[in-house]
Design a binder for this molecule. Structure first.
Ligand code: NAP
Length: 230
């Protein structure tokens, strides 16, 4: 399969290209900062500059992907931020710029990435939007507040975009929100109960269809395919 990972600089996103390659897939990886990238140098991976807040970069990457692969079978959009302000300050104290930055990357960034890549998605393809349990209304709390609100917006983008595609009779692409687990990464270090490599293998099973998903019933799932509460 032809698979794109967005947000491959570090954390879960940095592991996914290797895990997907190991599974025999053609892999492209999008970076927030491609110039600064110093990880795996496997030349088989198509590496692209893809800041999810920059529509010009995303459209340029989509052109390059079309040229190289024609169409994509799956996208995993892992890009996300959790700023220190949001670890330390509630919504009454936190600077608006910090709250806005979470919305820009975690919510609007997903919309921009999905819109830009839709023309290069194959019939029967899947777009996995990595959101978070923090975006659930049901699992309420005040931890990482701006982050959580932005992930709720991301989940809502997924729901509304799914309905929009259905209204347009577009059944080519299945857009799914995925909670990746509480991973031991730079972002998740204070709440982790698992390693990101386990999540990466979970995503590979989702991409390959080994983990069955009925998104008409559950469009928000975890990396093992279990339904998540909206
Ligand atoms: N860790 C957890 O426990 C946990 C729990 C629930 C959900 N999640 C979600 O899972 C995803 C991966 O989390 P992680 O723990 O692997 O986080 P991470 O280690 O902080 O990695 C986040 C990735 O997103 C990239 N990124 C940031 N801003 C971007 C932008 N504007 N455009 C493109 N890429 C951008 C980062 O690039 P740079 O390195 O260059 O900044 C990095 O590659 C995130 O969406 C996160 O919200 C994580």
């Amino acid at each position: 399969m032809k698979v794109l990972v967005i947000g491959a600089d570090k954390g879960l996103g940095a592991l996914l290209p290797g895990v997907l390659k190991e599974g025999g897939h053609d892999v492209a990886a999008g970076y927030y900062n491609l110039e600064g990238y110093s990880g795996d140098t496997d030349d088989d991976i198509l590496r692209l500059q893809m800041d999810v807040t920059d529509e010009t970069q995303l459209l340029k990457a989509a052109d390059r992907l079309k040229e190289k692969y024609g169409e994509l079978d799956a996208v995993i959009d892992v890009a996300g931020i959790l700023l220190n302000d949001d670890r330390e300050k509630n919504l009454l104290e936190q600077p608006l710029e910090s709250i806005r930055a979470h919305m820009d990357v975690n919510a609007l960034g997903l919309l921009l990435a999905f819109r830009s890549l839709l023309p290069v998605m194959a019939k029967g393809s899947r777009f996995f939007a990595v959101t978070s349990e923090g975006g659930s209304f049901t699992l309420a709390g005040t931890l990482f507040p701006a982050y959580s609100v932005s992930k709720t917006a991301a989940n809502k983008f997924v729901q509304v975009l799914r309905l929009t595609l259905a209204e347009q009779g577009n059944t080519d692409v299945d857009l799914i929100a995925v909670h990746p687990g509480r991973m031991n990464t730079e972002m998740g270090r204070t709440t982790a109960n698992m390693e990101p490599i386990d999540s990466a293998y979970g995503f590979r099973d989702l991409v390959e269809g080994k983990t069955k998903v009925d998104s008409s019933k559950n469009w928000f799932i975890d990396y093992k395919g279990n339904p998540m509460p909206v």
